[in-house]
Design a protein around this ligand. Structure first.
Ligand code: SAH
Length: 253
């Protein structure tokens, strides 16, 4: 048994029921290409691989690589990379992929932000995450947990929370509850690159001071009359601004 690393967020699934439940939701098909983030010892990867066309595994822990090599010994259409997903270059991928992963929770928001940038290459995403992060991802305006993560994920993806998972199905047990989500990219909601950049910028700036009214965080960036024209009250805090309103503000600029 290998020593598991807390630093790498290693909580491995060991319950066949949960693997089956995940696969039932993912519905992998024969002609599809998948990429798995953090495959660990391959407990999900192997049954997934048996149902699909090709699989890319990105695992940071080099000690797990020989185990994965053995699981997939002599198999075709499998690529195992000993890499940090945050440094992985998705440019190399030419086909549309489905992404799956029981994520290392300590870097899950960074992984989500990385995925946003390549949403046009993705068919869909299935992630196991800390429940609290899932709640933030799907939060709606007027809630304390609605923030930059919610807006950025929701502008790129249609997101569905599928089910919650108890710590008992992992080894070692995490201290937190988990949840499983499905994310399907929208056709882009931006008119052009400038619009997209402006959206990033506005969302970042306003939520960096989430206690301040948007008129004070945005005054250097725009003529506040634009907000009135868009029917957006400039005295609101960003947690009241919907994704559509952020899209409208950035478009007007
Ligand atoms: N999928 C496995 C393991 C999940 S635990 C299972 O469900 O049992 C999270 C996995 O992500 C671990 O294998 C860990 O080594 C790996 N990991 C952690 N940080 C990573 C990173 N930056 N890039 C790729 N993999 C990473």
């Amino acid at each position: 048994m290998i020593q598991l690393k807390k630093r790498l967020g290693q909580h491995f699934l060991h319950d066949k029921n949960i693997i089956n439940k995940i696969l039932k939701h993912v519905k992998p098909e024969k002609n599809q290409h998948f990429l798995e983030i953090g495959p660990g010892n391959g407990i999900l990867s192997k049954p997934l691989y048996n149902k699909i066309k090709s699989l890319i595994l990105i695992e940071k822990d080099k000690k797990l690589i020989p185990i994965l090599d053995q699981v997939f010994y002599n198999q075709k259409n499998i690529n195992i990379y000993n890499k940090d997903i945050l440094k992985y270059n998705f440019e190399n991928i030419s086909k549309k992929i489905r992404i799956i992963g029981n994520l290392p929770y300590n870097i899950s928001t960074e992984i989500l932000f990385k995925i946003l940038n390549i949403s046009e290459k993705i068919i869909d995403v299935h992630f196991m995450l800390q429940k609290e992060v899932v709640d933030r991802i799907i939060a709606k305006p007027n809630s304390k947990i609605y923030g930059r993560l919610s807006v950025m994920c929701q502008v790129y993806f249609n997101i569905e929370k599928l089910f919650e998972i108890s710590p008992n199905v992992f080894y070692p047990k995490p201290k937190v509850q988990s949840a499983y989500i499905k994310m399907i990219p929208y056709q882009t909601r931006f008119h052009n690159n400038k619009h997209e950049k402006m959206f990033y910028d506005i969302v970042k700036t306003t939520f960096e001071s989430r206690r301040k009214m948007i008129k004070s965080t945005l005054k250097d960036k725009m003529d506040l009359k634009i907000l009135e024209k868009l029917n957006i009250n400039p005295n609101q805090r960003p947690e009241k601004i919907s994704v559509d309103d952020f899209l409208n503000i950035s478009k007007a600029l």
